[in-house]
Design a protein around this ligand. Structure first.
Ligand code: MN
Length: 288
């Protein structure tokens, strides 16, 4: 197929000193992937020079993702929180630019956290204003911005593909795309085809994850239906495998995502199996 395949960095490592950067990027290549998706929460904690070197040496591209927290939530009525969130997103954009990235996405429109209240008209408008400015800045650098809707326990603002399309239309930027994730679709959508149809031309990035975030095919996500929908939509963008285990720990992500269990302990075995699984599903769906 024309699609590029990626693997989330947390399959390999939760810390980013030089040798971990080299290990994660070279393992990405070795497992058969074109792209590594790097966490962009705290670029200052990562060895950007080592990443740059490893990406070039292994001819691997990087995409970038993050989720905001309550302290820097842009889906908030508190102007200080919104300003902190915008600064975080601008730092992430700089990191993507420095590493030659073409994509920045994730739960960047709200906190990635369990809200105990509905969004308000003001918090939503604040979110959209920041995302509109981020999309404009990113466009100047050739970087597309993706909004990853997530399940109700991880955001109160965007839980479905249709909601994400509506949010993007309201912002009015042509540099925003819908980012689908099968793990979240499994919880919030009716099936795995309609969200692809709902996203339409705005579909720009796909996360492939099992319902328990472990090995693909062991759980109950209807991957044949999803891959058929992607092929039918002639989706030619990035498809990234996302999986988490308590084996690989990142302070930002593993507690936020409630990764309490060891879903796997051999990163390479997991990544190779996932790459084969996704390729086979694409082929079964008739991808050219
Ligand atoms: Mn995801």
């Amino acid at each position: 197929s024309m699609n590029k395949f990626g693997v989330h960095a947390l399959v390999w490592s939760g810390s980013w000193e030089a040798e971990k950067c080299e290990y994660a990027v070279s393992s990405t290549k070795e497992a058969g992937y074109d792209i590594i998706e790097l966490p962009a929460f705290e670029p200052a904690e990562m060895d950007i020079g080592a990443l740059q070197k490893a990406l070039e040496a292994n001819e691997v591209e990087a995409t970038f993702s993050l989720g905001l927290g309550f302290h820097n939530d842009i889906n908030s009525e508190d102007p200080d929180s919104v300003a902190r969130g915008e600064a975080t997103l601008n730092d992430a954009l700089s990191m993507a630019r420095d590493l030659g990235g073409k994509y920045l996405g994730g739960v960047i429109f709200s906190a990635l956290a369990p809200y105990d209240h509905q969004p308000t008209a003001v918090s939503r408008a604040n979110s959209q204003a920041v995302i509109g400015r981020l999309a404009d800045k990113a466009k100047a650098s050739g970087i597309t911005v993706g909004l990853e809707f997530v399940n109700r326990y991880e955001s109160n603002l965007l839980n479905t593909s249709a909601q994400t399309v509506e949010y993007i239309r309201e912002v009015g930027s042509d540099n925003l795309v819908v980012h689908l994730d099968s793990y979240h679709m499994n919880i919030e959508e009716n099936d795995f085809r309609q969200p692809v149809v709902d996203a339409g031309d705005l579909l720009g990035y796909v996360h492939i994850g099992e319902n328990h975030r472990g090995y693909l095919g062991q759980g109950h996500v209807n991957f044949p239906e999803l891959f058929q929908a992607l092929v039918d939509a002639e989706y030619d963008g990035v498809i990234t495998f996302e999986s988490f285990s308590s084996k690989v720990v990142d302070d930002n992500l593993t507690t936020t995502l409630r990764i309490w269990r060891d879903m796997w302990d051999n990163s390479m075995d997991l990544a190779v199996q996932a790459r084969r699984f996704m390729g086979e599903e694409m082929a079964k769906a008739g991808a050219k």
